[in-house]
Design a binder for this molecule. Structure first.
Ligand SMILES: Nc1ncnc2c1ncn2[C@@H]1O[C@H](COP(=O)(O)OP(=O)(O)OP(=O)(O)O)[C@@H](O)[C@H]1O
Ligand SMILES: [Mg+2]
Length: 385
């Protein structure tokens, strides 16, 4: 479409002849390098004085009033403004076309978009570790706190026992012995010590578990495929993310029967974590008083390990439905989301594990993300990286 400049209400521009306007118009055309024509001539006496408009994509921009002092110098300035307007329009159009291209090609040619995925993957992982670290520190603090309390109690008990033993050595009759034993709470100490050890063991088990999960998640094994348990990967990820969801949602895992197979645990944990954190964030957005619910299911189907993560949040906005896997697509406020979580997940599932991933809304509300990866049994020919 040619660029059209509209000169309107010419006849009301006092002291300006048609010839003058045509001259000005020609001058504009030369300077701005575009086509123009007079497309409207309002009746004399209609509103406003003479004005020059530029019509861009059905947007009518008033460039200037044609006043008494309107000169060809002014015409040059306005022509420059128009030139810039037209250029801006062309850039906008180009941006829209490029966005469209990304949007159209998303599902089949995501890999053509030249974004260094390995770097993105590391970046996402570090961001996730950063995000989780405060919660993890809190989770560690809890068992460390009660183990350290238990130690104080044990120290006390040990000094009671020492005092009792030294006293007992000087006692000759059994009545006095029983009295000293009771004064030093020996029976109570013996029974309580057992509880303290059991509780502390549980604390150490929790600390070891948290650290092991964190190490498994943080390990730089982006290119390593290993035989492992998919359900363990799910359980470890849920456990590592616990501090992120425990006040927001209940997470229920319905693990199906899945034999061990070859996949990249670190990468699959990253996918699960991205989807899980999105679900938690979506539920949080609703600001509901009641706890949300996230259900993670795993099952085997046609040689694929399948997983679905369903939440009872607000669901994916209809206008976002086609775009959630696009790089940098986010509906979160600036600084809260980079829009990379699902794009990295797409790359891991589709390009690295040769599987598929999809997102939809549950008819009863909330979003469901599902993915499946082939259950590969041998490393040969299975390098999905
Ligand atoms: N469970 C969900 N419910 C509703 N919308 C979701 C859900 N998961 C993802 N989305 C939508 O998909 C968008 C993209 O998600 P993605 O994880 O790629 O980026 P992000 O969460 O915005 O940022 P980040 O890079 O920090 O993960 C989100 O901004 C949100 O609009
Ligand atoms: Mg996300």
């Amino acid at each position: 479409m040619s660029d059209i400049w509209m000169i309107q209400n010419i006849s009301t521009a006092e002291n300006r002849t048609d010839e003058y306007i045509k001259d000005a118009l020609n001058h504009f055309m030369e300077t701005a390098g575009c086509k123009a024509e007079v497309i409207d001539r309002a009746e004399a006496g209609k509103t406003g004085s003479g004005a020059i408009y530029i019509c861009i994509d059905e947007r009518l921009l008033k460039i200037t009033e044609i006043s008494e002092n309107f000169s060809l110098k002014d015409a040059e300035i306005f022509a420059r403004i128009m030139e810039l307007e037209i250029r801006e329009r062309k850039y906008r159009q180009e941006i829209t076309e490029l966005k469209e291209l990304i949007h159209r090609n998303k599902l089949c040619t995501c890999s053509q978009i030249k974004i260094p995925q390995a770097a993105l993957f590391r970046q996402e992982k570090l961001a996730a570790i950063g995000q989780l670290s405060a919660g993890i520190a809190h989770e560690l603090n809890n068992p460390i706190g009660f183990i350290s309390c238990n130690f104080d109690v044990l120290k006390n008990y040990a000094s009671e026992i020492r005092a009792f033993i030294s006293e007992a050595g000087r006692i000759s009759d059994s009545a006095a012995f029983e009295k000293a034993k009771s004064a030093h709470r020996i029976d109570e100490i013996i029974s309580d010590t057992e509880d303290i050890f059991t509780e502390s063991e549980e604390g150490f088990r929790r600390i070891t578990g948290i650290v092991a999960n964190l190490l498994a998640f943080a390990r730089s094994d982006a290119n390593r495929l290993k035989r492992g348990s998919f359900n363990n990967a799910v359980a470890n990820t849920v456990s590592i993310a616990k501090s992120e969801f425990k006040f927001t949602a209940e997470v229920i895992t319905e693990a199906g029967d899945l034999p061990e197979f070859i996949f990249n645990t670190g990468e699959i944990s990253q996918v699960l974590l991205n989807i899980l954190l999105n679900a938690v964030q979506a539920i949080k957005q609703q600001k509901k008083a009641a706890m949300g619910l996230i259900v993670i299911k795993t099952w085997e189907e046609d040689g694929f390990a399948c997983c679905s993560i369903k939440d009872d949040g607000p669901g994916i906005k209809p206008e976002s439905a086609d775009r959630v896997f696009e790089p940098f697509f986010t509906t979160k406020p600036i600084g809260e989301g980079t829009g990379l979580g699902l794009n990295v997940s797409y790359d891991i599932i589709v390009n690295k594990h040769k599987g598929s991933i999809s997102a939809e809304n549950n008819p009863n509300g909330g979003a469901v993300f599902s993915f499946r990866i082939p259950m590969i049994d041998e490393t040969a020919g299975s390098d999905g990286t």
